[in-house]
Structures are given as structure tokens and as C-alpha cells.
Write a protein that binds this ligand. Structure first.
Ligand SMILES: Nc1ncnc2c1ncn2[C@@H]1O[C@H](COP(=O)(O)OP(=O)(O)OP(=O)(O)O)[C@@H](O)[C@H]1O
Ligand SMILES: [Mg+2]
Length: 275
């Protein structure tokens, strides 16, 4: 398939999609019309054989992560396994010695993080993912930093997705609860209308109820056609919503399968899911 038949060529691809609950119907009809699709010649994100680290020693060893369009891929693994490092590598914050990152069929391995945002990546890092002294609304405005068009509609979509943020839009983000701050962080990343949303432990430090609620919102975002790549400590619950799961150990792929298959694998359960 040539680039000219690529529906993303002339726009960001999400124009007709909503990240709101009301958008579901639209999305399904979009799918049937064929304007969303599996990427020609591969998954939407193909980060393959990534090898590299922060200095002389490699942290990632031949690590591969792929996400199909509109699907949820989840990375789990022990502390220090290199999950965050892998996310940074996909986002262009790490010099890779080997491997490549392709988005929508295009090799973006040489692009800066900012250029990757322009290509459709949104990243919510594990820590320091909001500006605490700025209001919720200012955080969302900061998220739209690369946009030159009117982003008010996107902000309304974020408020539809996370109604509490609209209520608290004038409050400093630092005064919000942990779960609400994570909503701000996700909302900020959505402001550029990403096609791939990358979340590093979005439910860290929140209660089980808030975790479930956040996962529901993430599923909703995926239903609009946005691909999700997510690191999670709550491995069992995250794999339940994962189309694809990756167990990383010492910077390498240990197990890769559907979320369902990993949850059913006795070895994975015993070693990584607490039995
Ligand atoms: N900026 C850095 N400079 C040097 N080494 C680092 C840096 N960040 C992480 N590391 C090292 O890289 C390895 C992988 O760390 P990483 O943060 O990717 O793990 P993780 O799987 O995300 O862990 P966690 O579950 O605790 O978030 C660790 O040995 C860590 O000490
Ligand atoms: Mg981490």
C-alpha cells in the first residue's frame, strides 16, 4: 500500500473520532467504513529489537514491543526490569545501539521526542507527569503545546472523559488526589490528539476502585481508535484488559502473548502474578 492511500497522510487521523463516551457509535461506523485499518505491512507501533541504555551498559536487550491500532498492549515485569527504559526508548529519550521504532509504517528511530509527538505519540511518564503549581486547565493547555489550531474541542473531550477535571479546572494540579492527578496527566497527553498513547504506571498509588475507573477510561480511549502502550504494576488487572501482554525481565522479552493467555499460563502466574 502506498503512502497516498494512507488515511493518516493528510491529517492526524483522529479528527472524526471522539475520546468521549458519546463517540463510541462514531468509532464503530468509522471502523466499518475502513478508514481505520491495521497498518500496511505491520502493527501501528513496531519497536523492534531495541538494545541500549543510559551509558556504557545496556539496559534493553533486543526488546520488542508492538501495538496494533486501537489495541491495548501492557508491559509488566519486576522492579528495575527496564519497563520505563523501554517506554523512553520508544519515545526517543534513549540512544539505541540497535533496533528501530516504526510508527504507522514510518521509521521514526532518528526523531526527537518532540517530533514523535508531532507524528502522533503521547507519553505520560511514571513520575513528574503534571505541573503541580499550575491549574488543571493550564496543564491541559501545556499539553497542546505543539498545536497551532483551536484545541478547545479537545479540552472539552478530555473533560467529558474525566468530568472531575472540569469541576477542578481552576485548582492547582498539585492539590488533587493521586487518581485525579493521573487523570490530568492522561488528559494532558490527549491534548495533542495522539494516535499512540503511552502510559507508564498510570494507576501507581491509587486505590483499587480508582484503578478500575482509570482502566475503564483507558479502554474508552482505545475504542476511539487510539493505540495504548501501558506499563503496569497491577499486572493481573492490567492483563485482563490487554490485547497483548509483555513480560519484561532484565531488559528482555520473557513472555509475549495475549493478556488472556498470559493470565492462564501457570509459569507466568507463579513467577509474576503471585500464583
Ligand atoms: N537515568 C538513568 N541512568 C542510569 N540508569 C538508569 C536510569 N534510569 C534507570 N536506570 C537503570 O535502568 C534499569 C531499569 O530501570 P527502569 O526504571 O527502566 O525499570 P522499571 O522496570 O521501570 O522499574 P520500576 O518497576 O521500578 O518502575 C535499572 O537498573 C535502573 O537502575
Ligand atoms: Mg518504571
Amino acid at each position: 500500500m502506498s503512502r497516498s492511500s494512507n488515511p493518516y497522510q493528510d491529517d492526524r487521523g483522529n479528527k472524526d473520532r471522539s475520546i468521549t463516551r458519546e463517540g463510541k457509535g462514531e468509532v464503530d461506523s468509522t471502523r466499518k467504513s475502513g478508514s481505520t485499518r491495521p497498518a500496511p505491512g505491520g502493527p501501528f507501533l513496531a519497536a523492534e529489537n531495541m538494545t541500549g541504555g543510559y551509558g556504557a551498559a545496556d539496559i534493553l536487550h533486543d526488546c520488542t514491543l508492538t501495538v496494533e491500532q486501537g489495541q491495548i498492549a501492557v508491559i509488566v515485569g519486576p522492579n528495575g526490569a527496564g519497563k520505563s527504559t523501554a517506554m523512553k526508548a520508544v519515545f526517543g529519550m534513549l540512544n539505541l545501539r540497535g533496533g528501530h521504532v516504526k510508527l504507522d509504517g514510518e521509521d521514526i528511530s532518528e526523531l526527537t521526542p518532540q517530533d514523535r509527538v508531532a507524528r502522533g505519540m503521547g507519553f505520560v511518564p511514571q513520575t513528574h507527569n503534571v505541573f503541580p503549581s499550575m491549574s488543571v486547565e493550564e496543564n491541559l493547555e501545556m499539553g497542546a503545546f505543539i498545536r497551532t489550531d483551536d484545541f478547545k474541542g479537545t479540552m472539552e473531550q478530555v473533560y467529558d472523559l474525566f468530568p472531575i477535571l472540569k469541576e477542578k479546572r481552576r485548582q492547582p494540579a498539585g492539590e488533587l488526589s493521586g487518581g485525579q492527578r493521573q487523570q490530568v496527566a492522561v488528559g494532558r497527553a490527549l491534548m495533542t490528539r495522539p494516535k499512540l498513547l503511552m502510559l507508564d504506571e498510570p494507576t501507581a498509588g491509587v486505590s483499587p476502585i480508582v484503578m478500575d475507573e482509570l482502566f475503564d477510561r483507558i479502554i474508552e480511549v482505545a475504542r476511539t481508535g487510539i493505540s495504548i502502550l501501558m506499563v503496569e504494576q497491577n499486572a493481573r488487572q492490567a492483563l485482563e484488559i490487554a490485547d497483548r501482554g509483555y513480560v519484561l525481565v532484565q531488559g528482555a522479552n520473557r513472555y509475549t502473548d495475549t493478556g488472556e493467555a498470559l493470565l492462564a499460563d501457570p509459569e507466568v502466574r507463579r513467577t509474576f502474578l503471585g500464583g
